[in-house]
Each structure stands twice: as structure tokens, then as C-alpha cells.
Design a protein around this ligand. Structure first.
Ligand SMILES: Cc1ncc(COP(=O)(O)O)c(C=O)c1O
Length: 413
């Protein structure tokens, strides 16, 4: 490792064409920008190889290789094996299919735990099983911390608990949950976990093996990649799931079995550009380092995390300094925060603030961000949701400075 390795933001930014304008992008939790490597691969595939893959003729064979590269890149990002991931249109769609595929394994009276903090993606599909006799238990946010507390989960678990569905990090509150510890607790009682990693994956390295996650989901379009969803499952669990596709497909192929219809080939091919970009960041910061793919990703995400933490402290201190601002998750300060800040301003409709910031070319948004239960628990409904600013590694200190200066003008102390 280079002795002075800290993120060269200017180098990273040069790879994102959308960053050459005047706008500050701070709605990254909604979706991130894509680097040249992704755009180029998308362009190449669509221009040259967009035929049915794997049929023996040249364009078809090269297309199949490009798709395989994309699959490998999507699996490597979370340290999964290629055959353990299923690519679908979105995380929402992947959870929906998973809920149907798991249903035949459950008996009436079996229990599923969901939270009131999660995005609806890892929520509604499970709650919809209730009319079939499944008992839904809700793990609720603690009002002091705005967060999910493990003691509260412990009290909900029983010998009928089959599955606990929760978020690695809320797209609103932004604090990181101890997935490994939750997995240990749930496994001890004989249950499984299904983790929504969508809000975490852009910020921290994910290693599904190390987390001991049974099912884990993320969306590449929030990790500098194309618009799609990735479901990971432990192989021995995927084998038990009911086929959700044509009866003649997929006895031994989880992708075919758990993604009804084809998946998006051009976007999968483009996803290999994510790995190419991370490699390029790695080579720039750690020249000559001879380490394997997993270690490269660890190092790159280590740089991203350190950079984000520095900027995040700055934002958090500013928001804390304003008595008219209430920052979600303030009370859970012992828990690590990714660069996601959701807040309310006293007596103000949340929608007003982004509108004013937009006039200064700062892109943020106010909404429930499809986590309506979390918004209600925070009491943010009357103000039309929370104002959310979210950073990723390509945000610079100039971005944060501009955001803080303009917010300071708008919000009273
Ligand atoms: C935490 C979280 N989970 C799930 C989703 C849904 O992802 P998708 O759009 O891929 O269905 C989102 C999208 O905003 C999210 O932030």
C-alpha cells in the first residue's frame, strides 16, 4: 500500500462525464453517476454484440463473453460466486420473486420479521404473505436513536421465526447495522436473514461470506453501474427455492429459475465497467501492488470510506450546529454512518429547501424515498418527508462547502 494513500478525488471525478458541469450531485442515494468504463461497455455491446448470446457465431460468442464479464464483476463486488447471484430488473423485483420462491417452504403460523425502517422493497413483498397464514412481526425503530436495536429484535424471535428481513443501512437514517451479529442471533434460533444492501453498497465493501448473509440484495445503479438489481443467496438455499420461470427452465441454473424471462444483457455487459473503474482507481492509488481482486476491492472501498468520512464529519457538524435542524439518526451516534443525511427544518415544508438549493445548482431532494414507514416513525410526514443529502466518493470538499454555505443562508440557526 502506498504510504500516502488517500483518495485522489480529482482523478476519480475525471472518469464521470456528468461531473464536468456546474452541478453538485448530492442525491446519490437515489442513484449514482456512471464512469466512462460503464458507458463505453454499454455502447460497445449495443453497437456490436446485441444479438442472442452463446449461439456459436462471432458476435453472439463475443456478446456472451461480455455478459459473463459483467456477471463476474457483479458477483465479485460482494464476494459471491458467479452462480450464486441472480440479476433482475431491480431489487424490488428481486425481493418480490424471492418471496414467491420461498413461500412453498413456509407453513401457516411461521413468522417473518420485517422492519419499519426499511425501504419498501424488502418490506411489502414479505408483508403480502400475511393472508397466506404467515405471521408478520415488525421490528420497530427506537424513538431515541431513530434506529433498529438488536435487543428489540431478540424479543421478537421465536422458534417459529423463519426469516428476518432488514436493511444493512437505511436509505434515510444512514447508520450501518451489524449484519454479522444479527445473522448470528437469527441463525442461533434457526432462522434466515434477507438483507437489503442497496444503501450500503456504494459506501462500504460488502463481503456476503464474511457477513454470513443468507440472502443479500443490492442495486448496481447506486454503485456507479447500470440500472438493475442483484440478488445473492447461499447456494444450498437457492437450491431449495421454487422455480419462478418456465417449467422447462433452470433445474440447475438459479439465474433462469429466479428471474422470470431474460435479464438485461446490455446492462449486464456494461456492469463489467464497474470492475474496470475500480481497478483503474486501484492502479492509480496502489501502483505495482500485487493483490487479488477481493483485496483490490477492499483497498478501493477503504479509500472511498475514508474520504466520505472526512466529508461526512463536516456535514454532520454543520447540521448539528443548527438548533432548527433535526438530523435523523443523531441518537444512534455510536453506530457508523455512511454519507447519507436526512433532516427536517423546524416549521418548514421539506420540499422548500431542495428547491432553493437547486437555484444554486445543488441537486438534492425531499421525499419519503419509498421508505414511508420510516418517515412516519420519524414524524416527518406533516413536513412532506425528509430533506436528504447523500455523498459518494466522487463528491469533493468544494461540493460540501457549497452545500453548507447555501444551506446556511436558507436555514436559521
Ligand atoms: C435501501 C433501498 N433499498 C431498496 C431500494 C430499491 O431498489 P430498486 O430501485 O433496485 O428496486 C432502494 C432504492 O432507492 C433503496 O434505497
Amino acid at each position: 500500500m502506498s504510504p500516502t494513500a488517500s483518495l485522489d478525488t480529482a482523478f476519480c471525478r475525471r472518469h464521470f462525464p456528468a461531473l464536468d458541469g456546474e452541478w453538485v450531485f448530492m442525491e446519490n442515494a437515489g442513484g449514482t453517476l456512471v464512469p466512462d468504463q460503464v458507458i463505453t461497455r454499454l455502447n460497445q455491446f449495443a453497437s456490436r454484440h446485441q444479438v442472442q448470446p452463446g449461439e456459436g457465431y462471432e458476435a453472439s460468442e463475443i456478446g456472451a463473453e461480455r455478459i459473463a464479464d459483467g456477471r463476474a464483476s457483479l458477483a465479485q463486488l460482494i464476494n459471491a460466486d458467479v452462480d450464486e447471484i441472480v440479476i433482475g430488473p431491480s431489487t424490488t423485483s428481486n425481493v418480490y420473486v424471492l418471496s414467491h420462491a420461498l413461500r412453498p417452504l413456509l407453513q401457516p403460523g411461521d413468522e417473518i420479521v420485517v422492519t419499519n425502517q426499511d425501504h419498501e422493497a424488502n418490506n411489502g413483498a414479505w408483508r403480502n404473505l400475511e393472508p397466506t397464514g404467515i405471521v408478520i412481526r415488525e421490528w420497530r425503530m427506537n424513538a431515541d436513536t431513530d434506529d433498529l436495536e438488536i435487543e428489540d429484535l431478540s424479543a421478537l424471535l421465536s422458534e417459529r421465526t423463519k426469516l428476518v428481513c432488514f436493511t444493512h443501512c437505511s436509505n434515510i437514517v444512514g447508520r450501518v447495522h451489524d449484519v454479522k451479529e444479527i445473522a448470528r442471533l437469527v441463525h442461533e434460533r434457526g432462522g434466515l436473514i434477507c438483507v437489503d444492501g442497496v444503501a450500503l453498497a456504494p459506501h462500504r465493501r460488502v463481503d456476503v461470506k464474511q457477513l454470513d448473509a443468507d440472502f443479500y440484495l443490492y442495486s448496481p445503479y447506486k454503485v456507479f453501474g447500470p440500472h438493475m438489481g442483484v440478488l445473492y443467496g447461499k447456494r444450498e438455499l437457492l437450491e431449495l427455492l421454487a422455480n419462478q420461470s418456465h417449467f422447462f427452465l433452470g433445474d440447475d441454473d438459479f439465474q433462469r429459475r429466479l428471474c422470470p424471462g431474460g435479464y438485461n444483457y446490455e446492462l449486464t455487459a456494461a456492469a463489467a465497467g464497474m470492475a474496470e473503474y475500480f481497478d483503474c482507481v486501484h492502479d492509480h492509488h496502489f501502483p505495482g501492488a500485487n493483490v487479488d481482486t477481493q483485496e483490490r476491492l477492499n483497498q478501493v472501498f477503504g479509500l472511498f470510506a475514508e474520504h466520505e468520512k472526512t466529508l461526512s464529519r463536516w456535514i454532520e457538524d454543520f447540521l448539528d450546529s443548527k438548533s432548527s435542524i433535526r438530523l435523523a439518526g443523531r441518537g444512534a451516534s455510536a453506530r457508523e454512518r455512511v454519507g447519507v443525511f436526512s433532516f427536517l427544518v423546524d416549521a418548514r415544508d421539506s420540499r422548500e429547501i431542495p428547491e432553493k438549493l437547486r437555484a444554486n445548482k445543488i441537486g438534492i431532494f425531499a421525499d419519503d424515498f419509498y421508505a414511508p414507514r420510516c418517515i412516519d416513525a420519524l414524524g416527518a410526514r406533516p413536513q412532506h418527508g425528509v430533506i436528504r443529502a447523500s455523498l459518494v466518493h466522487y463528491n469533493s470538499s468544494e461540493d460540501v462547502d457549497r452545500f453548507i454555505r447555501h444551506l446556511d443562508d436558507i436555514v436559521p440557526s
